[in-house]
Design a protein around this ligand. Sequence first.
Ligand code: VNL
Length: 177
Amino acid sequence: MTFDSHQLWGGAQKGPAPQWRLAAQWVPPPQAQPWAPWLLEPASLTQRLRQHLPPVQVRPVFEGLLAPHPTENTVLGLEQDPGPTAWVREVQLLGAGQPRLWARTVIPHWSTHNPWSQVQTLGQQPLGELLFVWPDIVRGPLHVAHTPMGWARYCVYHRHQAPLLLAEVFLPSLLQP
Ligand code: VNL
């Protein structure tokens, strides 16, 4: 399966848009129970994946400037159609040699002065871990939803007022070691 931001955020005739809920108010339905510890993991997901399915590898699939999806603009509190100024990073996370998660990072108002500018040079280094070691990072509330690609979560991080949106999609293979 390929990563498709429309399946994550809705639109483009892909059926009903995912219903995002605040994780803090979410009561996992029975079919979500096995995913709940992953969806609600408060610490590093990289760390959790490394414990369950080592080794962890990051495979960048796309890195470049794109116009964010309209829902991403809404989540980031941006005007619609701000132009192709967001840095977008899409990666596959492999555990024990198999793809287990997708992650899409969107950083609007991209410039070399953006506090997140180092994300451009990450390559195969996991962003997930840096978010827990860089100073001055403020984490927004976690949201969860079921999407056509699988269960997913997103969170907006801020560093010196600049937002970074990270969405993570959990593939069925995560529970099938
Ligand atoms: C990335 C994003 C890595 C989210 C992650 O864990 C993660 C990345 C390794 O873009 O590198 O949970």
